[in-house]
Design a protein around this ligand. Structure first.
Ligand SMILES: *[C@@H]1O[C@H](CO)[C@@H](O)[C@H](O)[C@H]1NC(C)=O
Ligand SMILES: *[C@@H]1O[C@H](CO)[C@@H](O)[C@H](O)[C@H]1NC(C)=O
Ligand SMILES: *[C@@H]1O[C@H](CO)[C@@H](O)[C@H](O)[C@H]1NC(C)=O
Ligand SMILES: *[C@@H]1O[C@H](CO)[C@@H](O)[C@H](O)[C@H]1NC(C)=O
Ligand SMILES: [Cu+2]
Length: 776
């Protein structure tokens, strides 16, 4: 179905009693505003956090490849081997806050733009991955290529040892011959056990596929490759086989690569010969054959599950009946909505980042951005036991793509393109970000004055109720098996909700009987491996400037006596005990919610209270379960507490670095080093927080995990920031009074007419644009 148009008539609500009517009920139906484009607005300043342009990316590429750069690069990189030097990618370097503030708040110059480039230098005597900063941009005679060291605190700057670098095609190609030869030696056995064999990626007899995990190294001095085989299909994540090959692959010379062993049937065999011996002795079996078919794993409707009554009708939709109530500067990626304003930015590794978030013209945050998504698995098979992912390793920006209007985001949402550098070129993912305003599903505020007596008239003398809505900015990154939905909601009351949800495929393990403590059996031969998801965010609060403190208001029970209760003596009473955090710290939310965490400014409201924003835990605020695992040791410190408070420094823009995952024992970036007892009172501070879930896998994760369940959130809300609630200026409300006559109702509608309009919803597939390439 390509062009079906669904017509929906939204009638005026007939809540009034006969004889009553809303002013516009009888008006002629007109078209609703849902598909009207958002009005445009001009950002106050050129976006200083903007992504570097495709032309700048190409110019940086050319500069790096000039012989005079001395980098000796192989171009194009896909022709390179791991012992060559080549560009891994070019991205945008974070703009220093110290340079931005004088610009956005005063007459300071627009900060210069810089690129960062990762170069895999396998051709060096000591092979490494090296990051560079290139700027100022656009490329001119003043543009320099310098090592990018200052944002990494591990001691080696932007240098990552070869063993720990990203496992890309050339690295894969170098270890492939050993894997193919080991598997070919066992082809007769794998064929008998699994009905499949692996002779090498390109060999046409091959009918198994495999996956491998991170970390591939511990401290960069060696590397290991844990390979798990699967049946090949687009749904292979759910079709694991109980067959593992572990390779030691240190350095760049494949003649040093060796087989560490083979694992199946919960047994480890250090050599093919030992494995064959056990097989010939009848000790190796495959009691739970993995089905080759994969229809069960597809996210399609399953006829055999039947139908539900009335489910053939179109489900409720969120539509912007009155038209869009937000404005966008699409050039500067700047948005205004109901008093809110913010800039958006996009990077290859982190995806969407928000900057300069203001409400009613006053700054609340300098930056709000996702920093890392960690996933750590549990099990007694080689892969599940050791897997930790940092998904920025693969790139949230690069992995984000089209959103389906009406399903991922409401019909009529504003869909923005996102792009990332891909070699010299820039790839465009159309419709990768959506912006829309939606109904909360409940009112923001209401009160009914109850009248005396239970059944008199309407039961009230007056009733006030206010509509609640929020502007959402959303994108979904599909990083391998998982689909992460990131949602930033700006609420009309001045609060911000950050939400992250996960859907997509489990990274499953082969099932066998003794595995229950690592997760349930979820299909014939598949076990849902337990894992933690910890998604780290940065909230650089600048509540009314940079002089902020982190106040903890604990709710304590104290002994109290009162003269009018002499008979009680000393009795228990609750009391608020507020104190400011003195120095940088990682901390956890108090048990039973018995503490409030507020970023307070140095300014006071009309009542003399410090104006602030509080952090309200939402759903599933968690941190990593296993703090001392060798696979998530020093490279994952940011995932080990609910919150962390640090001083802002240009040298500490990120919680993590994208190749840190492979350096648990010798991190390139060690978040714990941020905590060096710096004062955080009346200072420029950043709050780092974790969302996520302990993913207790279940058969309902088949075919995919459900967004309803796999969700986590947090809210930032004004705390004495204003003198009163931010609803009084909203017109989307009703004030209903009963009149003299018992039957008379008076509605005050504050000049916001109801919609009486027809919507022609359009099937999104007709609008989806193909990926683009910007040629420069
Ligand atoms: C340039 O790199 C290649 C590997 O790609 C290497 O063989 C060659 O020696 C390097 N040249 C110099 C001058 O370092
Ligand atoms: C998978 O399990 C179901 C339910 O036990 C069974 O009917 C089916 O035959 C199994 N399929 C395979 C390929 O083992
Ligand atoms: C950002 O600040 C750091 C620390 O002061 C400095 O080393 C670096 O060069 C600055 N980056 C840019 C792009 O100016
Ligand atoms: C979004 O991407 C599509 C496809 O590459 C392109 O045709 C369109 O012009 C882009 N839109 C904007 C606003 O850049
Ligand atoms: Cu999960």
């Amino acid at each position: 179905m390509h062009t079906s148009v669904v017509s929906l008539l939204v009638a005026a609500v007939g809540a009034a009693r006969p004889g009553q009517s809303f002013e516009n009920t009888r008006r002629q139906a007109r078209s609703c505003g849902t598909y009207e484009p958002a009005a445009s607005v001009t950002a106050p300043k050129v976006n200083p956090w903007a992504q570097i342009t495709p032309a700048d990316t190409a110019a940086v590429w050319d500069l790096l490849h000039r012989p005079s750069s001395g980098l000796n690069l192989t171009d194009p990189p896909f022709t390179a081997s791991q012992t060559d030097n080549y560009v891994a990618f070019i991205d945008t370097l974070h703009t220093n806050k110290s340079a931005v503030l004088p610009y956005i708040d005063g007459n300071g110059p627009q900060p210069a733009k810089y690129a960062r480039a990762v170069i895999f230098e396998g051709g060096k005597t000591v092979p490494v991955s090296q990051e560079y900063m290139i700027g100022p941009l656009p490329v001119s005679r003043n543009t320099k290529i310098q090592k990018l060291d200052y944002i990494f605190n591990g001691g080696k700057g932007g240098t990552v040892p070869f063993n720990a670098r990203f496992f890309d095609g050339p690295r894969d190609a170098a270890s492939e011959p050993l894997l193919a030869s080991v598997m070919t030696e066992m082809a007769d056995i794998t064929t008998e056990l699994f009905g499949g064999a692996y002779y090498g990626q390109e060999d046409e007899r091959t009918d198994l596929t495999y996956t491998f995990d991170t970390p591939v190294s511990s401290d960069g001095s060696s590397a290991v490759r844990i390979v798990m085989f699967r049946y090949p299909s687009e749904f292979e994540f759910l079709q694991p086989l109980d067959f593992y090959v572990i390779l030691d692959i240190p350095g760049t010379d494949p003649s040093h690569y060796t087989l560490r062993g083979i694992v199946t049937n919960e047994k480890f065999f250090p050599t093919v010969a030992k494995f064959r011996e056990a097989y010939d002795a009848g000790q190796i079996v495959n009691p739970y054959p993995q089905p080759r078919d994969y229809e069960w794993a597809q996210l399609t409707r399953k006829e055999e599950m039947g139908t539900r009554p009335l489910e053939n009708k179109l489900a409720p939709q969120s539509v912007e009946l009155g038209g869009k109530r937000y404005k966008i500067d699409t050039k500067e990626n700047y948005v205004e909505y109901m008093g809110w304003s913010f800039y958006m930015s996009w990077t290859r590794q982190l995806g969407l980042m928000l900057f300069d978030i203001k409400f009613k013209g006053e700054r609340v945050m300098y930056e709000l951005s996702m920093q890392e998504a960690t996933a750590q698995y549990a099990g007694n098979t080689p892969k599940a036991a050791s897997t930790v992912y940092h998904d920025t390793h693969y790139g949230f920006g690069a992995m984000s793509a089209v959103l389906v209007e009406g399903f991922d985001c409401p019909f009529g949402a504003t869909l923005l393109n996102a792009s990332y550098s891909d070699g010299r070129q820039t790839t465009v993912k159309p419709q990768a970000i959506c912006i829309f305003e939606a109904d909360y599903g409940f009112p923001l505020a209401r009160h009914r004055t109850s009248s005396f007596g239970p059944f008199q008239g309407y039961g009230f003398s007056n009733l006030g109720v206010v509509k609640a809505s929020a502007l959402h900015v959303r994108h979904i990154a599909t990083v391998g098996n998982y689909d992460y939905l990131f949602d930033y909601a700006f609420n009309v009351d001045g609060s911000i909700e950050v939400g992250v949800r996960a859907s997509g495929y489990l990274q499953a393990s082969p099932y066998y009987k003794t595995q229950g403590r690592f997760g349930p059996r979820v299909h014939n031969a598949t076990q849902g491996s337990y894992h933690d998801h910890v998604v780290t965010f940065k909230a650089d609060f600048d509540v009314l400037g940079t002089k902020n403190s982190f106040q903890v208001t604990e709710l304590k029970t104290v002994k109290q006596s009162q003269p009018w209760f002499p008979e009680l003596g000393l009795f228990d009473q609750m009391e608020l005990q507020a104190s400011n955090l003195k120095v940088e710290k990682q901390l956890n939310f108090a048990e039973n919610g018995q503490a409030m965490y507020t970023i307070i400014s140095d300014k006071t409201n009309a009542w003399g209270e410090k104006r602030g924003y509080r952090i309200t835990p939402g759903h599933s605020n968690i941190y990593l379960t296993s703090p001392n695992s060798p696979f998530s040791r020093k490279q994952s410190e940011f995932s080990k507490s609910h919150l962390a408070v640090t001083r802002v420094h240009d040298t500490e823009p990120y919680a993590n670095s994208w190749q840190n995952i492979n350096l648990p024992e010798a991190p390139q970036q060690d978040f714990s080093k941020f905590f060096n007892d710096e004062k955080v009172e009346d200072e420029d501070i950043t709050v780092w927080f974790n969302l996520g879930m302990h993913h207790f896998t279940r058969s309902e994760d088949i075919p995919v995990t459900l967004f309803t369940e796999a969700s986590s959130s947090i809210v930032f809300a004004p705390q004495n920031f204003f003198d009163r609630a931010q609803e009084g200026d909203l017109q989307n409300r009703r004030w209903i009074e009963t009149g003299e006559d018992e039957d008379e109702l008076n509605f005050e509608t504050y000049g916001v007419p109801l919609a009486n309009c027809a919507i022609n919803l359009r099937e999104p597939v007709t609008e989806i644009l193909p990926w683009g390439r910007i040629q420069v």
